[in-house]
Design a protein around this ligand. Structure first.
Ligand code: NAP
Length: 529
């Protein structure tokens, strides 16, 4: 059967854009479908005040084009959402990507036709297209979670979700605002909203760890030096578990004398950012080591927050780094402001949203605007919104009822010619997303090229290889403390979602090596037909 395109790509974020570019370079035809009006994915939707990346801008950028790397000028250590969105648009223009992207179009279904060996894809705009391959590039944190709190529809004022923020922005000046959630999105937006609002009430279910960003404008001399040494920096980053170039101290925290340990934590703290978790190599492997880092951060809260009761409430009790560590600018300081109130809802859920606010622990709280900083149905949410059906009409939703299973986080048994960029079972959210995306895109593009050269039409993982990979993902998860708490990594934030640690935590280098071995051995673990 002739198809409309070699590949249909779902999503025009960083993954979808690079996938399109790479396929075109190799002479394949592709059409991208994107729900938004523009490119950028996560950076298109997450426009809440204070949104910025917690990976340094010079590293959170594409490396596939040396020219792009040299010409783009990042202005801050941690780029803001508007700057990253400008970068995404620049990439789209520079590589002339838009002509193959259909915007404001959501794919609703993708069904594999076994007689034609092709995918039949449907969109909410009535498109019906056939493609040999479907490549999902929907992002891991792109399906916003709106918790089913009773009465949500009763609230008379505007309700905003950080993951789907109005494009025109929101001015909270003179308004009273209630915020539910204290994850990364909340921790970034609360300090800014507090500067605008007449009063801000923060409803906290779980106190979170955060480290200071120490964001600053980039020194042009530093940028010049980075640009002169980009390949070397990228190579170092690829050799690190998170795909980010920062130095990991090989020592054990608990085996290090207290004064020396504190010096190391202080050094990392004053440098700022996620590298704090690399202060020692065993912070996520050993409870006692973890506690030293947790206690260090806890002590910092009491240095900043003036009211001891508020400081106590802001103090996280769980393992540091188990939930994703946050990076902030002035978060705890915000709770010293007279117009900010922290409400602890850890021991009882919000009873209901009311017309004028919400009711929690038997008390009514009134506000003009409600902000839901309540996160995402992570890793599988966006994928399973599409009705994806493989061999025998089996739905991916059913296949993954007990949790996602994949081969390399890229392919699924029973779903031939389907690739999931940064899918569950790959390092994805535990790494710098840009290099992880590029590694997946390169793998897929090379695979399609090899198939074409060998006259192969269909690729699909075999059950045994998938089971072995799922076992490896599980074994790696069991070694770390990261799989032990109620986080979105294990689906715990979504009622009814199976509890499975979804990303591969064996590290970026081990993952790259696994993919390279598969290719070297002639796409080992795949059936090629
Ligand atoms: P999140 O980390 O999942 O945080 C959601 C917050 O909402 C949590 O505090 C959660 O409490 C609370 N919540 C959810 N449902 C609730 C309910 N029914 N009642 C009360 N509280 C409720 O979501 P996020 O902040 O959007 O961040 C998600 C991820 O996106 C991050 O971990 C990070 O990977 C990424 N992100 C990155 C950046 C960055 O680069 N700087 C910025 C934003 C987001 P519990 O903890 O008790 O569940």
């Amino acid at each position: 059967m002739s198809t409309d395109f070699d590949a249909v790509i779902i999503g025009a974020g960083f993954a979808g854009m690079y996938m399109l570019h790479r396929l075109r370079q190799k002479g394949f035809t592709a059409r991208v479908f994107e729900a938004g009006e523009g490119v950028g994915g996560t950076w298109y939707w997450n426009r809440y005040p204070g949104a910025r990346c917690d990976v340094e801008s010079v590293q959170y950028s594409y490396q596939f084009s040396r020219e792009l790397e040299q010409e783009w000028e990042w202005t801050e250590r941690y780029a803001t959402q508007p700057e990253i969105l400008r970068y995404a648009n620049h990439v789209a223009d520079r590589f002339d990507l838009r002509r193959d992207i259909r915007f404001e179009t959501r794919i609703t279904a993708a069904v594999f036709d076994e007689t034609a060996n092709a995918w039949r894809v449907e969109t909410d705009k009535g498109d019906r297209v056939a493609a040999r391959f479907v490549i999902t590039a929907m992002g891991c944190l792109s399906s916003p979670n709106t918790p089913k709190i009773p009465g949500l529809e009763d609230f008379k004022g505007p309700t905003y979700h950080t993951g789907n923020w109005p494009h025109e922005g929101v001015d909270f000046t003179g308004k009273t605002v209630g915020v539910i959630g204290t994850g990364s999105s909340a921790i970034q937006s609360i300090p800014i909203m507090a500067q605008q609002a007449s009063h801000l009430t923060v409803f906290q279910r779980t106190a979170n760890y955060t480290v200071p960003a120490h964001n600053r404008p980039l020194d042009p001399a530093y940028v010049r030096q980075v640009k002169a040494n980009y390949p070397e920096m990228r190579r170092r980053a690829r050799s690190k578990p998170a795909g980010i170039d920062f130095t990991i101290n090989p020592a054990s925290a608990i085996a290090t004398p207290e004064a020396e340990r504190r010096r190391e934590f202080e050094k990392r703290w004053s440098y700022g950012g996620l590298g704090f978790m690399a202060s020692f190599s065993d912070l996520l492997l050993n409870d006692d080591s973890n506690k030293t880092a947790a206690d260090f951060v806890r002590s910092k809260i009491f240095e900043v927050v003036k009211d001891p009761r508020t400081a106590e409430l802001l103090t996280p009790k769980n393992i540091i780094g188990c939930k994703r560590l946050c990076v902030d600018t002035g978060y705890w300081e915000t709770f010293n402001r007279p117009n900010v109130t922290l409400v602890d809802i850890s021991d009882a859920p919000i009873e209901r949203i009311t017309a004028s606010g919400l009711r929690a622990r038997g008390q009514d709280y009134a506000f003009d605007c409600l902000v839901l900083a309540t996160g995402f149905d992570a890793m599988t949410g966006a994928l399973l919104k599409v009705d994806i059906r493989g061999r025998g009409g089996v739905a991916l939703r059913d296949k993954w009822r007990e949790g996602p299973k994949s081969y390399l986080g890229l392919t699924v048994v029973g779903f031939p010619n389907l690739f999931t960029i940064t899918g569950p079972g790959s390092p994805s959210v535990l790494t710098n997303m840009l290099p992880s995306i590029e590694q997946h895109v390169d793998f897929i593009a090379d695979c399609l090229e090899t198939m074409r050269a060998r006259g192969v039409n269909v690729i699909e993982p075999v059950e045994k290889a998938q089971e072995a990979w799922v076992g490896q993902v599980g074994d790696a998860a069991n070694i770390t403390l990261r799989s032990t708490c109620s986080s979105w990594y294990v689906g715990a934030n979504i009622p009814g979602k199976p509890r499975v640690f979804m990303p591969y935590i064996g590290g970026f280098p081990a993952y790259i090596a696994a993919c390279e071995t598969v290719v070297k051995n002639g796409y080992e673990g795949f059936a090629l037909a």
